[in-house]
Design a protein around this ligand. Structure first.
Ligand code: TYD
Length: 135
């Protein structure tokens, strides 16, 4: 079972010249093969997103623009991590509860996922997470 020790900030390689920055994510840079990409935008500051864990899905969460905070929780320990760099991703393995809040105005939260969308692999009740899956 995963714990917060398996949650990692990953630096995304970038190329800079006078025209600006180019960041690139290749297969070798992240611990899973990407099957899906989705993003959150126009999120009200007071919104809380996430509120689930996954049985199968691994994710990389990137603040493509602006900032927000991710609370990761392995059932024993919780940690709040601010994401505000488009060249940094938060890797979340399976069986880690996450909540995302404090979205800045205009922020964009990009999520790279290892699975296609399948509601069956979500753990959406915190009690279920604690009882069955927490590390
Ligand atoms: P939800 O899991 O609540 O989003 P978040 O974790 O970002 O707060 O998903 C919101 C809705 O969107 C829910 O009805 C499921 C649907 N959805 C899809 O149809 N496909 C997807 O890839 C995702 C991530 C969600």
């Amino acid at each position: 079972m995963n714990t917060l020790n398996n949650v990692k900030l990953i630096d995304i390689p970038k190329v800079h010249d006078e025209r600006g920055f180019l960041a690139v994510i290749e297969k070798k840079s992240i611990p899973f093969v990407i099957k899906r990409v989705y993003y959150l935008y126009d999120v009200p500051t007071e919104s809380s997103r996430g509120g689930h864990a996954h049985k199968e899905q691994q994710s990389l969460i990137i603040a493509l623009s602006g900032s927000f905070e991710v609370v990761v929780d392995d059932g024993k320990i919780k940690k709040r991590i601010m994401l505000n760099k488009p060249n940094q991703g938060l890797y979340i393995p399976t069986h880690i509860w996450r909540e995302i809040d404090n979205f800045s105005s205009g922020s964009v939260c990009l999520v790279l996922a290892s699975t296609e969308y399948d509601e069956v692999e979500y753990i959406r009740k915190y009690d279920d997470f604690i009882n069955q899956f927490s590390g």
